[in-house]
Design a protein around this ligand. Structure first.
Ligand code: TYD
Length: 392
């Protein structure tokens, strides 16, 4: 049974950065639910994929050093630990992972034309398609079964998870390994980072819910890692149940125990989370209003999809934060979805004109702080809402 626990208001599509704030945009009610039987947390409203993953999808995996390093490290791990003839990446974005491999070793699947073009122009075989059973059949015919399937921050974006895993189950070789990584529900609840929820993040995974999900297939988790990326992610290593060569690590049970200890299997935890979210909104608005009252200025740092949830849930507009800055080409000179806040191109010293920077990309706090030493030296301060709204 799906039980409702939080309403994050009427939200625009998070990655829909528009040229004009006057342009009409779809809004949907962002409501969060907990499934009491399989323990999955999800949003209720499913926007058709074609509306979200368009021909000019702006998000680029390679935009931060942190993510480039994370993908590079994973590529080394894959090369050292696993035997593979071919690797398939579902949601290959701009190639942040696959470009670490030889061209004949990898196949990308990417539904957004603009992103698929980036990797195919570099000579990487890229299917400009949505991940589904039809594509899995096509790939099997052409390339045979696949030894290693990887997907980061993609599977939680697909509404029909049964179809997702049925298709993977069909294509993965007998000794094959599936590696998936997505934001961790435990970290989200711990950090009160309710901005992990937006239209594209249909699910937030826990080890408990993924284990339950896989029990419907010939697949099981054999290892797991907590990663610092995206504010705390879980990387699951999955194999066929019949494959006894790969031993089940105790990290899986440890994670499940931590999740149970934190109450991720209980509805009351999510009710408490929703109270914490309301408190967080009140506190953040108080901080921003106090700063603006003293005639100091604030810029948003990192025009993230997460920030879109914050701006629209807290109703923060250009009277509080007149601009955001970002390095992503397709976001620059557009507006934050749902708000009259323009995104300006990131330049060194851009923060000089502002007193405070609100961390839209709080998940890259370390990288940003080390980049903005000058701002900090001159008395500039950051604002974050994670884990609690504060100035630092
Ligand atoms: P991310 O946190 O991955 O986003 P989302 O919530 O959309 O999934 O995106 C980080 C954004 O911040 C991305 O648009 C790039 C931008 N960014 C900068 O502009 N400067 C930086 O130094 C960093 C690290 C990120």
């Amino acid at each position: 049974m799906n039980k409702f626990f939080l309403n994050l208001g009427n939200q625009p599509l998070a990655n829909n950065y528009l040229k004009s704030y006057k342009q009409n945009q779809i809004r949907y009610n962002l409501r969060l639910f907990f499934n009491t039987s399989n323990k999955m947390v999800s949003i209720s409203k499913r926007i058709p994929s074609e509306k979200m993953f368009t021909n000019n999808y702006p998000y680029r995996s390679s935009m931060s050093k942190t993510m480039r390093n994370s993908f590079y490290k994973l590529s080394l791990e894959i090369k050292n630990k696993f035997n593979f003839d071919k690797i398939l990446e579902i949601g290959s974005n701009d190639g942040a992972l696959i470009t670490n491999f030889k061209k004949n070793e990898v196949i990308g699947v990417e539904p957004c034309d603009n992103l698929a073009k980036i990797t195919s122009n570099k000579g990487y075989l890229t299917y400009n398609k949505y991940w589904n059973y039809e594509l899995a059949k096509k790939l099997k015919k052409k390339h045979g079964k696949i030894d290693l399937i990887y997907s980061a921050n993609t599977l939680t974006h697909i509404s029909n998870l049964k179809n997702v895993f049925k298709s993977i189950n069909y294509l993965l070789s007998d000794k094959g390994v599936l590696i998936i990584e997505d934001p961790s529900l435990l970290e989200c609840i711990k950090k009160n980072s309710y901005d992990q929820f937006y239209n594209e993040h249909i699910y937030l995974f826990s080890a408990i819910s993924v284990k339950n999900l896989l029990s419907n297939f010939d697949l099981e988790i054999f290892d797991l890692k907590n990663l610092p990326t995206h504010g705390g992610s879980l990387r699951f290593y999955i194999k066929r149940k019949a494959n006894k060569d790969l031993k089940i690590s105790n990290r899986l049970n440890k994670q499940i125990q931590n999740e149970i200890k934190f109450g991720l299997d209980k509805f009351t935890t999510y009710k408490q989370f929703s109270i914490n979210v309301i408190k967080s909104k009140i506190k953040l608005l108080k901080i921003l209003n106090q700063i603006v009252k003293t005639k100091k200025t604030i810029i948003g740092y990192g025009a993230t999809a997460k920030a879109v949830t914050i701006l629209n849930y807290c109703d923060i507009n250009n009277d509080l934060i007149p601009f955001f800055t970002d390095t992503t080409p397709d976001k620059i000179n557009n507006y934050m979805p749902g708000k009259k806040i323009k995104i300006i191109k990131y330049k060194k010293n851009i923060l000089r004109k502002f007193d405070y920077a609100f961390l839209g990309a709080w998940n890259f706090k370390k990288e940003i702080i080390s980049k903005e030493k000058e701002f900090i030296k001159k008395g500039g301060k950051f604002i974050t809402h994670v884990p609690k709204p504060k100035i630092f």
